[in-house]
Design a protein around this ligand. Structure first.
Ligand SMILES: O=C(O)CCC(=O)C(=O)O
Length: 351
């Protein structure tokens, strides 16, 4: 039965009736046993780890979207990263444009409202994109489009150090969750290391969504659709979303095609499966469609960290999952870097 929480303990953790209503839709996984034992050679014998693995498997098969707590990244840091992002977006346009995203900058940097496009429609958001650095020639022709270093703003002055610390913590957390997911898929803990994701690519996207005006939605652009981020799936392995407290804007499409709210739960990340993990699992885990509509009057910030495979990895269903569908592979091979670049080029057709 999809869209029910993994355990009844889940329900007991939240006393607010409002949150209770919503988490009946998305599962909640307490990661602590996995995070603390993820590098222990005996992790597979630990009952606490195995329980987390069971819950991850359930959440990944039922929804592809779930909340995680007990992840080890302090709530104060999650908030500080969002506040720093908000401080940047509050700057005048001329200041923000100093790190403007251009093809010459390897598609890294700031995009004003309406510049990012999802499936041909302008998104009502401003954003900054950061990618793992790609030096010249590192991936040959495959990596050319996003070769370059990140454009870090000088203002706020603490921005770069804070974000680098955050990226490093998210990378480590995602690696640990992927060790749990590897077990959930019946593999060894290091299934997503080495050639697959031992040198993981990452993307971080800081996003600001203007609040809706009381009359007819945000009036920032004439052709405003009211959609902050159009319906899409994520491209890589696993996404860690740190969203503003108190604003309900993220929606996830469930197996019956209904849009389910994924409101913020303080201190948690919303996690979701990307296209590469869908291929590895031969479709057992869904890279679930989601979108953002900020109907709230307040400006909303979200910080999205995407954990990916190695940039040049050819991804195909794991051997243990190839034969699940009557001996036929359901999903074909994809090169992660090609998949990412294809999406990036479609997202910024005006540039
Ligand atoms: O802002 C959010 O809540 C989600 C953003 C998102 O889905 C994305 O950028 O891929």
């Amino acid at each position: 039965m999809p869209w029910l929480p993994s355990t009844t303990a889940t329900l007991a953790r939240f006393s607010s009736p409002t949150i209770l209503t919503y988490i009946l839709s998305l599962a909640y996984v307490e990661l602590d046993p996995l995070v603390s034992k993820a590098d222990d050679p005996k992790m597979v014998e630990d009952p606490g780890v195995l329980e987390v693995v069971r819950q991850l498997h359930k959440a990944c098969t039922e929804a592809g979207f779930f909340y995680v707590k007990g992840h080890g990244i302090p709530e104060t840091l999650l908030k500080e990263v969002r506040d720093e992002t908000r401080r940047f977006f509050e700057l005048p346009y001329e200041e923000k444009a100093k790190i403007k995203l251009t093809p010459a900058a390897g598609y890294r940097g700031y995009q004003k409202i309406g510049e990012n496009i999802t499936k041909g429609v302008r998104d009502m958001q401003e954003a900054i994109d950061f990618y793992r650095e790609v030096t010249k020639g590192m991936y040959g022709d495959l990596g050319k489009t996003i070769e370059g270093s990140n454009q870090w703003p000088q203002n706020p002055p603490t921005f770069k150090a804070l974000m680098k610390e955050y990226i490093s913590l998210c990378t480590d957390l995602a690696r640990k969750i992927m060790r749990g997911i590897a077990l959930a898929l019946g593999g060894a803990p290091d299934e997503f290391e080495g050639q697959r994701a031992g040198d993981p690519f990452w993307v971080m996207r800081l996003i600001g969504y203007p609040g809706a005006s009381p009359v007819n939605g945000t009036d920032v652009l004439k052709n405003d659709t009211g959609i902050g981020c159009g319906a899409h799936t994520d491209y890589g392995l696993l996404t860690l979303l740190n969203q503003d407290d108190g604003i309900n804007a993220l929606q996830v499409r469930n197996l019956s095609g209904e849009w389910i709210s994924a409101p913020p739960v303080p201190g948690s990340f919303v996690c979701n499966i990307g296209d590469m993990l869908k291929i590895y699992s031969n479709g057992l885990y869904e890279s679930t469609i989601h979108r953002v509509i900020n109907n709230n009057s307040k400006y909303r910030v979200s910080v999205v960290y995407f954990y990916e495979t190695n940039f040049d990895t050819a991804v195909e269903p794991l051997d243990t999952h190839k034969t699940r569908f009557n001996g036929n592979k359901k999903f074909e091979r994809a090169i992660y870097g090609e998949h990412l670049i294809g999406k990036v080029l479609k997202n910024f057709i005006d540039l």
